[in-house]
Design a protein around this ligand. Sequence first.
Ligand SMILES: *Cc1c(COP(=O)(O)O)cnc(C)c1O
Length: 377
Amino acid sequence: MYRIPFNIPHYTGNETKYLLEAAETGKISGNGLFTQKCHAFFENQLGYPKVLLTTSCTDALEMAAILCKIEPEDEVIVPSFTFVSTANAFILRGAKIVFVDSGKLNPNLDVNQLEKLITPKTKAIVVVHYAGVACDMDHIMTLAKKYGLLVIEDAAHSIDAFYKGRKLGTIGHLAAFSFHETKNIMSGEGGMLVINDKRFEQRAEIIWEKGTNRAAFQRGEVDKYNWQDVGSSFLPSELTAAVLFAQLEKLNDIQQKRIHIWNLYRKSLSNLETKGFIRLPHIPEHASNNGHLYYLICKSQQERDALIKYLAAHGIQAVFHYLPLHKSDFYLSVNSEHDLPNAEFFSQRIVRLPLFYSITDEMIAEVCDRVRSFFSR
Ligand SMILES: *Cc1c(COP(=O)(O)O)cnc(C)c1O
C-alpha cells in the first residue's frame, strides 16, 4: 500500500443522495431523470451542442465509428501514444489503423506528419488531447476539410479544457469523453459522446438505443418504436448518471483544486527543469491547462523506472503511461514493425505524479522533495 497513491476517487458529497433518489423513482434503467439532468447540464450550462451519456469513453468512440460509417478497408489515422480504445473502436468496424507519431514538445500527434499519411482510403482522423492539452485543431480541421475527412476528438482527458478559448470536444465532428474513476469528473465507469455536426444527431440517438427510435418514442414524438438501424446498448443506467450529476455540479470546485495542485507541482519542480534533470509538461499558447495529470519527462527509460522504484520505496505511487500502440502485440500480429520515435520517447520517459482532489500541499511537497532527492543522489 502506498501512503500517497497515484489516484483516490473524489466524492463531492451528493453521490449517495442522488443514488437513493434515482432508486426511489422506481426506474433505474437508462435515459431517465438523471441522464436528462446531465444532458441538460452539459448542453445548457457548459455549451456542448448535443450530448449522449454512454457507459464509457470506449463506447462513445465505438458509437463515433458507427456514425462515421467506417467500413473494412477504410483508413483511420490515430496517434500511437494513446489508450487502446482510441484505435480499437475503429478496428471493430474493420478499419485499417494508420498510426501517427507524437510531436517533439508534448505527446500530442505531430500535425506536420498528418498530410503525408492521408490516402484516398482515409476516412477519419482521431485526435487525442493528451493530459487535456489541446492539439492544433485549426491545422487538423483545415486538413480534414481539404480532404473531406471526419475528425473525432478523443477528449477523455479534456473536460474543461480549451483550444484558443473554444471548448475541447466541440471542434471535431464528434467527440468522446471519459468519466472513468481516474478522470477529473467520474462515475466509476462512464463516458459521453458529443455530436457537433447536426447530420449525426438523429442517427446517434438510434445507435445509442440498440438501433431503435426509443428515445423519440419516450419524448412522445412517435407512437411506437422499432428497429431502425444498427446499434448497441450504449446508454448508462440511472445509477451512473446520478453519480455523474453529483460530480458535474461540483465541476468548478474540482477544477480549481486540480489546477492548484498542478501549479504547485510546476512551481516546486521548475528548478529541476532549469538544471536540466527533467522536462516538465509543455503547454502551447493555443491550449489551456485543465489539471488532468502532472508528469515529468526523464532522460531515459532506466532513469524513469529507477525514479518510480525510488518513490515507491518511500510510499509514493508514480506511474508510467501508454505503451505505443504501433508496438503492441495485437498490432504487430498483423502489421510489420516500424518506428515512431517521439511516441516511443514519451512512452519510455513519462512518469505521472499523484494528482487527486484530497492530496494536500504537504503531500505534494513530500513528493517533490523525494523527486529532488532522487536527482541529487
Ligand atoms: C481513459 C481513456 C479512454 C477510455 O476511457 P473509458 O471511459 O475507460 O472507456 C480512452 N482514451 C483515452 C485517451 C483515455 O485516457
